[in-house]
Design a protein around this ligand. Structure first.
Ligand code: PGA
Length: 254
């Protein structure tokens, strides 16, 4: 199965109107004429609409994604942002279950599965993040944790939902630490994720893009992207530097 790569930048809580404009300008100035990956940027909520406009003006094929979404469709949920609103401002994608939400804001598997469903209900493509903490890896519990996080979504939405979703394997110990998973460590978990979806639906599993995230940069993208079950990357820190981000994009394979 030929899976088109995805290279997605998670800007987290960085940037300003001026920084965003310079970043998009720098990306646009060197953007490849025929990129081998679907490219996505995920700015903070307040900048989504303006970044969408900057991307359109720059005429580069970069899609807009959000970093989170409310599990509810609408209502009295102070501070939350709905899938309908994200769609309204031009988002095509949304990250759900990032470990910074799971660990820093106590988001559990069940809530994340509902966010995944809420996104899909409004035709947004969820990027579901899964991944173990260092102590869990050291205790040999990586597969158990990833299975639990994945199963919550499989149970609620079914394997078929993964025909319009992306999975990102992000080992927590590799996020923002400069310590990436080795290509072998990544491949092992990516294969495990694909097999687990395949146990329910082999065709869907074959097509689902599984991204690696965690200290991905220009210097290690090539070897990680060479793994058969790594279909691109979710990039934090390095996505804020145009040169790094474009070098990662250039490492995508057809
Ligand atoms: P990092 O973050 O690339 O800065 O490690 C990745 C992520 O959190 O998605």
């Amino acid at each position: 199965m030929n899976r088109t790569f995805i290279v997605a930048g998670n800007w987290k809580m960085y940037g300003s109107r001026a920084d965003n404009a310079s970043l998009i300008e720098a990306i646009a100035s060197q953007f490849p004429p025929a990129p081998l990956a679907q490219t996505i940027v995920c700015p903070p909520f307040v900048y989504l609409q303006e970044v969408g406009r900057l991307l359109r003006d720059a005429e580069i094929p970069v899609a807009l994604g959000a970093q989170d979404v409310c599990a509810e469709a609408q209502g009295a949920y102070t501070g939350e942002v709905s899938a309908t609103m994200l769609k309204d401002v031009g988002c095509g994608y949304v990250i759900v279950g990032h470990s910074e939400r799971r660990l820093g804001y106590g988001e559990g598997d069940e809530l994340i599965a509902r966010k995944f469903a809420a996104a899909q209900a409004k035709a947004l493509i969820p990027i579901l993040c899964v991944g173990e903490q260092l102590a869990e890896r050291e205790a040999g519990r990586t597969q158990e944790v990833v299975a639990r996080e994945l199963d919550a979504v499989l149970e609620l939405c079914g394997a078929e939902a993964f025909s319009h979703a992306v999975v990102a394997y992000e080992p927590c110990w590799a996020i923002g630490t400069g310590r990436n998973a080795t290509p072998e460590q990544a491949e092992e978990v990516h294969r495990f994720i694909r097999d687990r979806i395949a146990a329910r639906n082999a065709r869907i599993a074959d097509g689902v893009r599984i991204l690696y995230g965690g200290s991905l940069k220009a210097g290690n993208a090539g070897e990680l992207f060479a793994q058969p079950d790594v279909d691109g990357g979710l990039i934090g820190g390095a996505s804020l530097k145009a040169e790094e981000f474009l070098a990662i994009l250039a490492a995508a394979r057809p």
